[in-house]
Design a protein around this ligand. Structure first.
Ligand code: NAD
Length: 504
């Protein structure tokens, strides 16, 4: 297997200055500290194996300290006493600082996670910045209601005045995955701060670096001590300690369905609030009247961008028999045009997957499918000396019962299946334990509405895929999660309601 990684032309010295600060530390109560145990773990570039940095390995002692700092900060004058207008201005300042560091953050995300620089620089980091700008508008608009009450228990002359207030839910544990690290962190930290909560952020163990940099920029922006704490470490260690912690009020989790289910048990200890953004197996329905010139690149981007390591990746394509053969040919041809390389090299469309383990997992899915008689139309190979790259892969001849059709691969692998009738394709699309997202490709308004109405998922895109914005609620039906992020729904996750009843 040969793969030319190319020179890392997008890399500049600012990134090396940041990496030179290794070992990276934990942000607890406004101070950067080593793990209490002194333990660290290493972060590597998945494309080259380059050692990037060592990070502090938090365990339950560090989690205790971070939660305690967050609890103290929650009622501190510096945070609780901050006016809503000032809280909004602070969030805007965070956005400005992220923007001033956009190039560096994009490089860091690419090095640590593997993704193509363009995905980070023009997609995910701007989207993370947009989260802070969007939620900066909310602190001044968190409203209660006045309620016309009919209670007259103390007699007809006694009136009741009742109203609600909205209060921060409290200390939030934000636990995020490795596929889009900074964006996933921003989607939790921004609304949590807008609501007046305090946060302990735990990034995924293989992509901690942009969370650490975010912590530095939050401090620089003037976020008071202890309001955001960053603990790097392993899921079963630091993550589990956070989920179990009796002084955490809410867990905001994005990750796999398997870990999400474990967190349901962990949260039951003190009945923590829990939002879960979990896995998916998103169907893509191409109707017979679809404009293939528009559909093919859209469907390809929906599965191949970020190496398919996207929760909403359009991994199950169903194409009407009228366009099926042409779609398969054009999608496979498109997949062969994509350039694999180092994420920071010129011209790279796809970087490596996040790790050898992830690449091996994808390889195992494809091998098993091929063994079951599935046709590998394009791709189906690991690449590179470290085997961390995976060729964009198109599979046909897949049936509904096969594992590749039912489980999340989280790699650049798409199945394409023909259908004849809308009822048939809707049944197949919904035949999944997941219900995260779907897309429909059609030039017909009726098709678009009928299919989008019939699909059981949190998001349906029409003639597009993976369109996100901080204003668009995002969440999963079925085993894809509990609750919604983004928009007003996203803020609700971080608020409690208090009803005040006065008799006068
Ligand atoms: P993961 O569930 O393995 O890990 C996610 C986070 O949970 C990491 O920080 C990890 O350290 C932590 N963790 C692991 N075990 C834990 C435990 N026992 N207690 C507490 N925390 C623990 O997921 P991943 O492999 O990092 O990410 C990929 C998954 O995330 C995919 O399933 C993908 O679909 C999902 N995802 C969902 C969305 C969404 O919005 N629905 C977005 C991105 C990714």
């Amino acid at each position: 297997m040969t793969l030319s990684l190319g020179p890392q032309t997008r890399r500049d010295s600012r990134i090396d200055a940041f990496l030179a600060a290794s070992p990276q530390r934990l942000l607890i109560g406004g101070t950067w500290v080593a793990a209490a145990s002194g333990a660290t773990f290493a972060s590597h570039d998945p494309a080259t194996g380059e050692h990037l940095a060592d990070c502090a390995r938090a365990d339950s002692a560090d989690v205790d300290a971070a939660v305690s700092a967050a609890r103290t900060a929650l009622t501190s004058p510096a945070w609780k006493g901050m006016t809503p207008a000032d809280r909004g201005a602070l969030l805007w300042r965070v956005a400005d600082l992220l923007e001033a560091n956009l190039d560096q953050l994009a490089q860091l995300e690419t090095l640590d996670q593997g993704k193509a620089w363009g995905t980070a620089r023009f997609g995910e980091i701007p989207a993370a910045i947009a989260q802070f700008r969007y939620y900066a508008g909310y602190p001044t608009k968190i409203l209660g209601t006045t309620i016309p009450s009919s209670l007259r228990r103390q007699g007809p002359d006694r009136q009741v005045f009742a109203y609600t207030t909205r209060e921060p839910v409290g200390v939030v544990a934000a636990i995020v995955p490795w596929n889009s690290p900074l964006l996933m962190a921003a989607m939790k930290v921004a609304p949590a701060l807008a609501a007046g909560c305090t946060v302990v952020l735990k990034p995924a163990e293989n992509t901690s670096l942009t969370a650490i940099r975010l912590g530095e920029l939050l401090v620089e922006a003037g976020v008071p001590d202890g309001v955001v704490n960053v603990v790097t470490g392993y899921g079963p260690e630091a993550g589990q300690a956070l989920a179990d912690h009796p002084d955490v009020d809410k867990v905001a989790f994005t990750g796999s369905t398997a870990v999400g289910k474990r967190l349901v048990t962990a949260a039951s200890g003190n009945l923590k609030r829990l939002t879960l953004e979990l896995g998916g197996k998103s169907p893509v329905i191409v109707m017979g009247d679809a404009d293939l010139d528009r559909t093919v690149p859209g469907v390809a981007a929906g599965i191949f961008d970020n190496g398919g390591q996207v929760c909403v990746a359009g991994s199950r394509v169903y194409a009407h028999r009228d366009v099926y053969a042409e779609l398969v040919d054009r999608l496979a041809a498109h997949s062969r045009t994509l350039t694999l390389g180092h994420g920071l090299a010129e011209g790279t469309d796809l970087g490596p997957l996040v790790s050898r383990a992830q690449s091996d997992r994808v390889e195992q899915f494809v091998r098993e499918a091929a063994g079951d008689g599935v046709d590998v139309v394009s791709g189906g190979e690991q690449e590179g000396d470290l085997c961390t790259f995976y060729r964009p892969t198109v599979l046909t001849g897949v049936t509904q019962s096969m594992r590749i059709m039912r489980e999340e691969v989280f790699g650049p692998v798409v199945t394409v299946t023909p259908f004849d009738e809308p009822e048939e394709v809707l049944a197949w699309a919904n035949d999944s334990s997941y219900g995260l997202a779907a897309s429909v490709w059609t030039e017909g308004l009726s098709n678009a509405h009928r299919i989008s109405e019939g699909i059981d998922s949190g998001t349906v895109w029409i003639n597009c895929h993976s369109y996100f914005g901080p204003e668009l609620p995002k969440g999963g039906h079925k085993e894809s999660g509990w609750g919604y992020e983004n928009g007003a729904n996203g803020l609700e996750n971080y608020l409690e309601t208090k009803t005040v009843v006065t008799v006068y």
